[in-house]
Design a protein around this ligand. Structure first.
Ligand code: MGD
Ligand code: MGD
Ligand code: SF4
Ligand code: MO
Length: 702
């Protein structure tokens, strides 16, 4: 029956993923994706991107065959070649570079949390190179994960799935109703809010989430550490901390108490622009409505003080006793084995050669959670050969021209490479500069094991391969084939073995789980009562001696952002507004989906949000095309004038390029937030994060 519809249960992964779905297939093509009402994550709900999966999967511009560059780099002239030709040639070039200048001169790049994430780390170890990157990491998630690990001995997520609902949620620089699954899902948050819990949002924008909160703290970007320190001050001074938990399960309380004495709400108000009474009220609400979830997001990491900002906020959970309690923030159970990344295959001494590792110990050094290269150092090495030349770059799903800070410098760096291979779903501006472009499989075309909620692995799902487009291949297959051709260590095992190895503690194989789709054992709360927390002191580390030992402060501190009205009053005269970039939109995932007309028509143009006061000062009306400039360059976007933003803040979307424009650049410098951002020091001393939010800018009508 060739035209009958087959329906298969699966898990959507247009974003980081997690929504249980039913995939409808007709004549080998996805025709519909519907939410699965039995999925604990989404209970039938789906966002617009997921619903439009068929339009992405079947898009006429999908890359379908391996391509080799024919003309000059970036000329847009390609020839179709077979997989065997492509992989043999790439392997031979990689092999020459490895032999001539060492494996460290080959780098691997990848994008945000995709299915093949850990496989790239594995492939890097197999290749023997310490240099792999992802544009999140220092800017996204690694500070939160690392700080959780050093403070509580494990990553925490909100407990939305147990019997006890939270009484309060503090959304800190996080808009989960739009940004969805980052350990929880929009519907889970919505369900908790619908039950009527108290809620507070700390955000310069009155977001979709902030509108559901009783209190909105319109913070000056980049000053979150000051607010958190003042909230700790109030909670301690008013005696509304959890005395029993603090006494029994934390170290360093007295030092913390003395440390925050100076950080009064009055002090923080002057820095953050939040009224004193609001700071006090937020501290009281969060500390006295228990259990409480603290939902933290990206806005606390994209600055040069990410380590201490995240630490200050992390401490709030501990002193209020909200850790690993029902309805609070629970520590992950990691019910599957961690990914076999073959780190013992990385040759001795290579860790030291990792670019940026010496300086940013928590990103690339041996104390790092998942050591990776510092992006500004890596791209500099491509351009300048300092301290050694990066000659080849293999990218699996990343569009650095759009998503890495200082896009024009990224372009200069990529042009210097001898070998650039890009695997992607579409011809992006980055892929257009490559020597080889390889067609990646869409999520309905891949098989995978997914540990969820993100990072803590309290739930496990497996996804079957359902459809096939052209000659598209799953990224892991490409890496495994290259490993075989290069005769790399560990090449005898690939994705299938990895998936079964991960599932072994559950007594399952991928083939078993593939039909079950989701395993979700009940959470065991307060596991620390048995063996303590997994930190050196076996307690929550309010003061962290391990940080002190490697040269960082053991207690959290506030530092004024380097480019701000306070740090740069002279520059502020020309650039009087504060720029934030990249607040998420439901219709797009980063630089993706601009070619998908059913999504693009919902949001045809790039948008910059600004307050009516700022609009008036500059003669701007809602819907005007405006020029947004920073000290580094300018871009154009359409103005959205709204009261729902701090009067001094301008918020621009990120990831914009125009697939409808001419290649190879496809207008990637016209409306791209990263033309405005800086990749220059000062960086966060632990993670090397740079300031993507809280910079200076000006706005003009075009
Ligand atoms: N200014 C500014 N810049 C930012 C941010 C910000 O807030 N402000 N946010 C940063 C953050 S947190 C992140 S995580 C990064 C994200 O940065 P990226 O990961 O680079 O973002 P994407 O555009 O989602 O993905 C890049 C490419 O992956 C392709 N792709 C999708 N699925 C697959 C697949 O399965 N295989 C392969 N091979 N390719 C695939 C897409 O088509 C797309 O071209 O951006 C960062 N950049
Ligand atoms: N639809 C969609 N969903 C996504 C993504 C996407 O591209 N599209 N990307 C995914 C990825 S990789 C990530 S990392 C997550 C990120 O998801 P979230 O963590 O929710 O991050 P954002 O929406 O980037 O930013 C959250 C809020 O931070 C605020 N903000 C900016 N600067 C500051 C500041 O200095 N302090 C405070 N307190 N707030 C600030 C912004 O106004 C914004 O509302 O989303 C994921 N989900
Ligand atoms: S939030 Fe949207 S894109 Fe992400 S998994 Fe769910 S339906 Fe898919
Ligand atoms: Mo991210």
């Amino acid at each position: 029956m060739p035209d009958s519809v087959e329906i298969t249960k699966s898990v959507c992964r247009v974003c980081h993923g997690g929504c249980g779905v039913f995939v409808h297939v007709k004549d080998g093509k996805v025709i519909k994706v519907k939410g699965d009402p039995d999925s604990p994550m989404n209970q039938g709900w789906m966002c617009v991107k997921g619903v439009k999966s068929p339009d992405i999967a079947n898009h006429p511009d999908r890359l379908q065959y391996p391509l080799r560059r024919k003309g000059e780099r970036g000329s847009g002239e390609w020839e179709r070649i077979s997989w065997d030709e492509a992989l043999t040639e790439i392997a031979s070039k990689v092999s020459s570079i490895r032999q001539e200048t060492g494996p460290e001169s080959i780098a691997l790049g990848q994008g945000t949390g995709r299915h093949h994430y850990m496989h790239v780390v594995r492939f890097a170890n197999q290749l023997g190179t310490p240099n792999w990157y992802e544009p999140g990491l220092a800017q996204c998630f690694i500070p939160r994960i690392t700080v959780s690990n050093i403070t509580y001995g494990g990553f925490v997520v909100g407990d939305y799935y147990g019997e006890v609902p939270p009484k309060c949620i503090l959304f800190w620089a996080h808009n989960p109703l739009v940004s969805g699954p980052d350990g929880e899902l929009a519907p889970a948050v919505k369900r908790a809010l619908d039950k009527g819990c108290k809620a507070i949002a700390v955000d310069p924008r009155k977001t979709e989430t902030a509108k559901r909160c009783g209190q909105w703290l319109a913070i000056r970007p980049g000053t979150d550490a000051a607010l958190a320190l003042a909230m700790i001050n109030v909670i301690i001074n008013e005696g509304i901390y959890d005395k029993e938990f603090v006494e029994k399960w934390t170290v360093g309380f007295n030092e913390l108490k003395a440390h925050v004495e100076a950080f009064t709400p009055e002090w923080a108000s002057g820095i953050t622009t939040i009224p004193v009474k609001d700071i006090i009220e937020a501290a009281r609400t969060y500390a006295t409505n228990k259990p409480a979830i603290l939902e933290w997001g990206l806005g606390i990491e994209q600055n040069h003080n990410s380590l201490q900002t995240v630490r200050a906020i992390a401490i709030l959970r501990a002193i209020t006793g909200n850790i690993d309690v029902p309805g609070g923030d629970i520590i992950g159970m990691n019910i599957i084995r961690s990914y076999p990344t073959l780190k013992d295959k990385l040759p001795e001494g290579m860790g030291k050669k990792r670019l940026g590792a010496e300086e940013f110990k928590l990103l690339g050094g041996w104390r790092a959670f998942m050591p990776s290269a510092h992006i500004p150092a890596l791209f500099k090495a491509m351009r300048t050969g300092d301290p050694y030349k990066i000659r080849g770059l293999l990218i699996f799903g990343n569009n650095p021209l759009a998503t890495v800070a200082n896009s024009k410098e990224v372009y200069e760096s990529l042009k210097e490479l001898e070998l650039l291979v890009v695997t992607d779903l579409f011809m992006t501006p980055t892929a257009a500069l490559a020597d080889y472009v390889l067609p990646a499989a869409f999520w309905t075309e891949t098989k995978q094991v997914i540990g969820y909620p993100l990072v803590v692995e309290n739930m496990v799902m497996a996804q079957p391969r359902i459809t096939q487009t052209g000659e598209c291949r799953q990224d892991e297959w490409i890496m495994d084939e290259l490993a075989r051709k290069l005769g790399l260590p560990g090449a005898e095992e690939g994705l299938d073995e990895v998936m079964d190895y991960q599932l072994e503690p559950l007594g399952l194989k991928y083939e078993d789980l593939k039909n079950t789709v989701c395993k979700f054992p009940p959470h065991e709360y307060r596991r620390y009562e048995k063996n303590g927390f997994r930190t050196p002191s076996r307690k929550v580390e309010l003061v962290c001696k391990n940080l002190e030992r490697i040269g960082y402060s053991g207690l959290p501190e506030f530092k004024e952002p380097p480019e701000s009205p306070v740090s740069m009053p002279e520059v502020t005269k020309e650039f009087p507004y504060i720029l934030i970039t990249g607040a998420r939109r439901s219709e797009f995932f980063h630089s993706e989906h601009r070619q998908v007309s059913s999504l693009r028509e919902l949001r045809p143009d790039p948008q910059a949000e600004l307050h009516p006061e700022a609009a008036k000062e500059n003669g701007i009306s809602d819907g005007d095309w405006i020029r947004i400039s920073s000290p580094r360059g300018f871009i154009r976007m359409r103005a959205r004038v709204t009261e729902d933003i701090h009067p001094k803040v301008v918020s621009v979307e990120h990831g914009w390029w125009f697939p409808e424009k001419k290649g190879p650049l496809f207008g990637v410098f016209e409306s791209n937030a990263n033309v405005l951002t800086s990749n220059k020091p000062p960086y966060d001393p632990g993670f090397g994060s740079c300031q993507l939010r809280g910079l200076l800018c000006k706005v003009e009508r075009e």
